[in-house]
Ligand binder design. Sequence first.
Ligand code: IPE
Ligand code: IPE
Ligand code: MG
Length: 238
Amino acid sequence: MNIPEHVAIILDGNGRWAKSKGMPRTYGHTQGAKNVEVICREAWNLGIKYLTVYAFSTENWSRPGDEVKAIMDLLRSYLKTCKNTAEKNHMRVRVIGDKSGLSEDIQQSIRELEEFSRDFDGLNFQIALNYGSRDEIIRAFNGILGEIRDGILPEDTVVTEDLIESHLDTAGIPDPDLLIRTSGEERLSNYLLWQCAYTEFYFTDVHWPAFSKDELVKAIEAYSSRQRRFGKTGEQVE
Ligand code: IPE
Ligand code: IPE
Ligand code: MG
């Protein structure tokens, strides 16, 4: 089987999964967070080097206040668990998204987690929090403009793919080979628009909390059977 180096997942369906069990949506989020732990381990065991999960989008702030609060509280405890997992599995954790929009204590936990795990050589695990791809691209361009203003970049700077990429939150991380979205929706919802230019997509009806190792293997099998074409030259990846 051809194992993708980088898998990105849109964790969707926590609410529907909980509803199907007669439980509140927040229960779905709790179980969804637990499943992230499971899938991180399984991904590494399968030989995946990078895993990037979409946990909270810039659009998700428009959900009911109670739900947003429950997700933020869950995130607080998740970031603590994640530190233990990182230590145990030598996982390097990074957060992508606009961290400045999260509360100060969460920003502090993220800084600690990123610093603590920066030299670990296991799975590269990225969590997208307060992430929106359009927002990321806008921040990248404003970063470039700021560097030109501050004289870090020359005034006659020409925009190139490399220049943009190096200012995205994902700078230094290879583009995803495979994107999985659970729970039946087949859209990107503002996730990794730039990075997914040549990514293979896989959709499943399974809700995120029920997405097991077997489901991950199924997604990789589907990916593995595809002929990939890559970039402008049409060069075959494998
Ligand atoms: C994904 O599950 C988790 C987040 C977006 C935070 P949803 O909460 O979107 O669950 P559904 O799609 O309503 O079932
Ligand atoms: C996408 O899921 C965002 C995350 C998984 C964090 P949503 O459930 O929020 O997306 P839409 O609203 O259905 O497009
Ligand atoms: Mg959803």
